[in-house]
Design a protein around this ligand. Structure first.
Ligand SMILES: NC(=O)c1ccc[n+]([C@@H]2O[C@H](COP(=O)([O-])OP(=O)(O)OC[C@H]3O[C@@H](n4cnc5c(N)ncnc54)[C@H](O)[C@@H]3O)[C@@H](O)[C@H]2O)c1
Length: 350
């Protein structure tokens, strides 16, 4: 297949720009069309990006030229868009979180499975070179037994951010606050690197923003099925906003990742490449994230994930982050909310 794979972006808001920039750097694909419920936004988006504008969602569904869609609408409408797209035979790259509840995430996964289309759940941080270095260190036994594995997102989002679109910070469309929106990437990394959770106990609060339904602060203690313990701290109240941190310690070594920089890499079995990893001379491409500005992230992670989906389509193989992987962080975050609401420990099935 030498033809460019035709993509349409659905929802031409903030994150759509990163998707368009990523697509523009992939020779095997093209931004062929866009659709937004607000056609004025779609029109002004294509003035910058090119590509045709669908007037209706049905027009998109019925276009036989269209091979794949990127869903970049508010989270709580992902299912209502993804299911008809899957039924129309379109492969899907779906922004995080898959949707706001597990039932809706499962409906997307089922529709993709039944209709034989690939679903790639966006977690662009997994494509970081540094995350892959850590993954390899775990898999080759350099940590030994993982013991303390924690994530911290002390970010800042202004009141204007929450007021900038009606869906932000609502249960129905955002699915939650500092955890479900901002911290889901690092929670996914914890699950990806450490493994399945066994139980979680949490507190949440809405502290510094007005008219906000969801939490702007949360902390949870977690026990993983492999016995490791950890803490998740999530906030959008911590001015001026700090790099997010992932700290993994095992019996033979510890690593800290701040944003996409390794700030600690120490193992009892020091290897020749360790100093180069510490001083940053290997894995030089960095993925930026937005401690104080949601627009500050780079599009390199999205480019890599798009390329992964394109490879999946071309070679008829599952993408690296299929729907089943996308649902795991949603499941853990929903359990954290349940624990905060009930005051009880939430247990996962064994
Ligand atoms: N991967 C990341 O790092 C990252 C970063 C930011 C946002 N996101 C995710 O991307 C999604 C969009 O976030 P955003 O900040 O770009 O939102 P946004 O509000 O800036 O843009 C959303 C767009 O979707 C359109 N829209 C709403 N309902 C629609 C519908 N039913 N059909 C078609 N278009 C519709 C709106 O008109 C708007 O233009 C969310 O799921 C969010 O969690 C991911």
């Amino acid at each position: 297949m030498n033809k460019k794979i035709k993509f349409a972006i659905i929802g031409t808001g903030m994150i759509a720009e990163r998707h368009a920039a990523a697509l523009a750097e992939i020779p095997e694909a093209e931004l062929y069309a866009v659709y937004d419920r607000n056609s004025v936004l779609a029109e002004s988006f294509t003035e910058k990006q090119g590509a045709k504008v669908y007037r209706t969602f049905d027009e998109l569904l019925n276009d036989p030229q269209l091979v794949a869609v990127t869903i970049a609408t508010p989270t709580g409408v992902h299912k209502e868009i993804a299911v008809p797209c899957a039924e129309a035979g379109k492969h899907i790259l779906c922004e995080k979180p898959l949707d706001v509840t597990l039932a809706k995430a499962d409906a997307i996964i089922d529709a993709c499975d039944k209709n034989g289309v690939y679903l790639s759940a966006v977690f662009q941080s997994r494509f970081s070179d540094r995350v892959q270095l850590i993954k390899t260190a775990i898999e080759t036994g350099r940590f030994g037994r993982l013991v303390m594995c924690s994530a911290q997102v002390k970010w800042f989002r202004s009141q204007e951010y929450y007021d900038s679109a009606g869906w932000r910070g609502t249960w129905a469309l955002d699915g939650g606050g500092a955890l479900m929106n901002q911290s889901i990437h690092i929670i996914d990394l914890l699950l990806y690197l450490v493994g399945e959770p066994a139980m979680v106990h949490a507190f949440t609060g809405t502290m510094t923003h007005e008219r906000l339904e969801v939490e702007d602060n949360a902390c949870a203690s977690i026990k993983f099925k492999n016995g490791a313990l950890g803490v998740i701290e999530a906030s959008t109240s911590c001015a001026p906003g700090f790099p997010r941190r992932l700290e993994l310690s095992g019996e033979y070594g510890s690593v800290t990742l701040e944003d996409d920089t390794i700030t600690r890499w120490q193992f009892v079995d020091e290897q020749p490449e360790d100093e180069a990893i510490r001083n940053g001379s290997v894995a030089t491409t960095q993925l930026k994230s937005g401690a104080s500005d949601p627009r500050a992230g780079s599009h390199e992670g999205h480019r890599r994930q798009l390329l992964d989906l394109i490879t999946a389509i071309k070679h008829k193989q599952q993408p690296s982050i299929p729907g089943s992987e996308g649902r795991r962080a949603v499941e853990l975050i929903c359990a954290i909310y349940e624990s905060a609401k009930t005051g009880r420990v939430c247990r996962f099935e064994t």
